[in-house]
Design a protein around this ligand. Structure first.
Ligand SMILES: [Zn+2]
Length: 169
């Protein structure tokens, strides 16, 4: 696994922590060369849905539309690299879940997918994941809604040691 895409409609870490685009580790062509493609909120927001912190309220139609538009923008950026990407790590929230899953499943087999999600609506997320054939994908449960910290930890760990796992987030 040399080239991993990290995709979330929220920010990776807090807004401004991580630059969007390609990050390199090691000299190109060296044994430990790794690349990460960071695809995060295109407007620099920590949360894609304005004014919402966490998932305590019901998902609104407005929020879902915003998230879907954001997912579309991020996928347009990913398309340019998709054929070279070995693995995708993406945040699965409640809003836009079906769209995100359909897009991932259309491009990547389950063994090239890591799904980051919190426990909100876990039953529905599980069903949606199965429905698109990604049941065998690696799953990472983040402790906090939004996945900002877990995505950040995954990105840093991948660049440093090539592994996709979290200990703290
Ligand atoms: Zn949540």
């Amino acid at each position: 696994m040399k080239f991993v895409a990290f995709l979330t409609y929220n920010s990776i870490g807090l807004a401004g922590n991580v630059k969007s685009g390609v990050h390199h580790h090691g000299a190109p062509r060296s044994k430990d060369a790794r690349k990460a493609l960071v695809l995060q909120n295109t407007q620099g927001k920590t949360w894609a849905t304005a004014g919402r912190k966490g998932h305590s309220g019901p998902a609104s139609d407005h929020g879902a539309a915003e998230v879907r538009a954001e997912i579309e923008k991020l996928w347009t950026k990913l398309e340019k690299h998709a054929s070279k990407v070995d693995h995708i790590v993406f945040y699965l929230g409640r809003e836009g879940a079906e769209l995100a899953l359909e897009k991932v499943a259309a491009k990547f087999p389950a063994n090239k997918v890591t799904i980051v999600s919190c426990s909100c609506g876990a039953g529905l997320k599980d069903m949606a994941i199965k429905a698109v054939g990604l049941k065998a994908a690696q799953r990472i449960q983040c402790r906090k809604c939004g996945g900002q910290l877990a995505m950040h930890e995954l990105l840093i760990r991948f660049l440093e040691d090539g592994e996709l796992r979290v200990e703290f987030s």
